[in-house]
Design a protein around this ligand. Structure first.
Ligand code: FEO
Length: 403
């Protein structure tokens, strides 16, 4: 059954929702699913903006069939060639043999790399500032390299003020009928997934996102809609979501607060982490969040690390190193370029305790990370006679949060 929604007078969402995929990019859990957004413009010329993942191709085809009827599809715009959007390109070319393709030169190269046969179709390579007129609508293209791949372009429909933003301003979560961000309680129900999407997928590329935000800033008063490739379309409170992206891409925390991530084999490191959390709350901290790294997917930890100003990393020593899942969290932080956080360390071990020193070294290899001097070492378990040390650690974290 076709399933389309009108975005503006002659622009339709023709994408698909996916609740079957468990892991986005085969790594990030998506318990609320995901949407692959495609848009169809019915102007004097008909234009499809992006396709969908191969698994959702049938839905896209039904949607196109419903809206186009006997009309041809004149143009296919590819903003981003990653297969969650580009995998159905060849099927579109087969169904609509007259379609002309608009993409960046690099996107055409990627089509070849993925084995799509675009020969025989007119290929229009666009670069910064190029425009294409489809009738009433003129669409201008802007390069957005590394948001999130190098071939990415975004485009702006000058007639209706629609920004087709590619992966930018996207989020995990299937739409399930709701198309616009103002049809959901975004702050309550979607923001965490939006942050987890941004930080894990695009987080590494803060500078390119800042460049894109500056370009968008130049036409901000003209942008009436933001149409991303995943998640809801924005037509109200654009500043709210733009501000979040500005913070995330500058690696500024959204909130003063403490993420306590612990790696515990037999519960002793966990017990110490919990005792620290209680002391922080006793001292008036209201934004303390405790996670076991062994049963929390690292994408959630990364998202929380981007949200909060402070972190406590508590890890046992394992094979004379950092506990592997904690090590993985640190490696992901570095890969995603997280910076500008204050971190306190707790280490544990029964002999040859090394995890604190090693975690510090990892953090020193990242940008603008502050490691508090106050730390805590426990041998096998934290005992009552170390309560003063725990109090001092809590005092140091609270003082840093309030500074
Ligand atoms: Fe949603 Fe980078 O693809």
């Amino acid at each position: 059954m076709y399933n389309v929604r009108k975005v503006t007078g002659d622009l339709y969402w023709v994408g698909a929702n996916d609740h079957r995929l468990a892991l986005f990019e085969n790594i990030h859990p998506i318990p609320r699913g995901v949407s692959y957004n495609s848009y169809l413009l019915l102007d004097e010329k008909t234009v499809l903006f992006d396709t969908v993942d191969w698994s959702a191709c049938r839905q896209l085809l039904e949607n196109l069939d419903h809206l186009l009827g006997d009309k041809p599809l004149d143009y296919l715009v590819i903003h981003h060639m990653e297969p969650d959007h580009g995998a159905s390109v060849e099927e579109i070319l087969l169904r609509y043999p007259g379609v002309k393709i608009i993409a960046s030169a690099k996107a055409f190269a990627f089509m070849q790399q993925f084995g799509f046969h675009v020969e025989g179709h007119e290929q229009i390579a666009v670069k910064e500032g190029d425009a294409q007129c489809f009738g009433k609508h003129t669409v201008r293209f802007f390069a957005a390299p590394m948001v999130h791949w190098p071939e990415v372009v975004v485009s702006f429909d000058e007639a209706d003020g629609v920004l087709f933003s590619a992966d930018a301003f996207g989020t995990f979560g299937a739409l399930d009928g709701k198309l616009f961000a103002d049809e959901v309680n975004f702050d309550r129900d979607w923001l965490d997934d939006a942050r987890r999407y941004f930080t894990n997928i695009v987080g590494k590329y803060g500078m390119p996102v800042q460049t894109l935000l500056k370009k968008a800033g130049g036409i901000l008063d003209q942008i009436k809609f933001i149409c991303p490739l995943h998640g809801p379309v924005w037509r109200k409170d654009l500043e709210y979501f733009i501000h979040k992206h500005d913070l995330w891409s500058r690696y500024e925390p959204e909130e003063k607060g403490v993420l306590i991530a612990y790696a515990s084999m037999y519960g002793n490191t966990e017990s110490a982490a919990q005792a620290l959390a209680a002391r922080l709350c006793e001292r008036g901290m209201t934004n303390v969040h405790v996670y076991d790294v062994s049963n929390t997917h690292v994408s959630y930890l990364i998202s929380e690390a981007f949200r909060l100003s402070h972190m406590v990393l508590a890890s046992v020593t394992y094979n004379l190193g950092i506990y592997p899942v904690m090590h993985n969290f640190l490696a992901d932080m570095k890969a995603l370029n997280l910076q500008n956080r204050t971190v306190a360390l707790m280490e544990n071990g029964t002999w040859a305790i090394k995890s604190g020193e090693l975690m510090k070294k990892e953090l020193e290899g990242m940008n603008r990370m502050t490691v508090l001097e106050q730390s805590l070492t426990m041998t096998s378990a934290l005992h009552g006679d170390q309560a003063a040390g725990l109090d001092q650690l809590a005092d140091a974290i609270v003082a840093s949060c309030r500074s």
